[in-house]
Design a binder for this molecule. Sequence first.
Ligand code: BV8
Ligand code: ZN
Length: 280
Amino acid sequence: MANSARARELLLSARNLVILTGAGVSAASGVPTFRGPGGLWRHFRSEELATPRAFAGDPSLVWEWYHWRRETVRTKLPNGAHLAIARLQSKPPANLLSAVLVTQNVDGIHPLAGSPCIEMHGSLFRTKCTNSRCPGSSKATEDRRSPIVEALRGRGAPDVEERGPQIPEEELPRCGECGSLTRPAVVWFGENLDPAVMASVQDALQACDLLFVVGTSGLVYPAAGFAEEVQARGGNVVEFNVERTRQDADPSRRGRGAYLFVEGPCEVTVPAVVNAALAR
Ligand code: BV8
Ligand code: ZN
């Protein structure tokens, strides 16, 4: 049975579905993935810039990168994969008791498509204060200003050779409550995820008997461990990607759930499975 048809059958017999997405789900919307073409910004990899140390060392450079990403993402629209996931959540097949969407993405496109979702790595369009004594440091504040501050207007082009003048810290985004420097409210490498977010994700994974993994390279933890966790407990896993990312998926070991790889662009393969299931 083609894996797409098998995925539809698994979807029509599951009780608690979890959908985990990564940058690949937004690729068709025109958002560059992290590790694919266009994933580099100037000569930096995301792991070099998305860290507390990079921000502490050069907040101007890191804010240029986030400003460029905000402006790039701001005009992007949901594609067929986002919309099919939102439809599955709003009108699930009768067998499904739950359909929880967990995204690693910070681009805000799933909520734009109407999906309730757990944004486990935060959002490009929320900021938080860097002053730990300020109430603004423990909450994420929505900030969709374009540009977020005047000093960043026109800055952040990914292909410039030499970077522009360093932006003085006082001209970078500041906290409305205490005036300190603010940062993007995203989870950087080396930072713990929000405990409440992780508790919700773990609750969903505990109940999960079917996990859809859509458009992620499966390199970043803790999200990278979810498929193995579900499969080892007997849950089934379906990966939607243009490249197979799990060589160790081995469904044959006793007690383990199935692992299916549905090859192709998720903006095509996810709607195909969802529409076929909802048409039944
Ligand atoms: C933590 C927000 C406790 C910022 C991001 C265990 C082992 C090894 C390392 C670790 C470990 N545990 C923790 C770590 C350290 C680290 C980590 O995982 N490092 C990696 C690099 C090895 N993890 C952490 O630090 C996490 N914190 O665990 O705290 C701790 C701390 C320290 C040490 C131990 C424990 C925090 C990680 C969060 C980092 N923040 N984003 C920002 O965005 O600016 S992660 C970043 O990568 C994005 O959120 C992104 O979503 C995410 C994952 O990337 P992908 O989404 O998968 O994107 P990618 O480009 O890689 O892949 C795209 C895929 O799509 C590809 O497969 C491609 O084939 C596919 N595709 C493309 N087009 C399509 C498609 N598929 C289908 N259709 C298409 N059209
Ligand atoms: Zn503050």
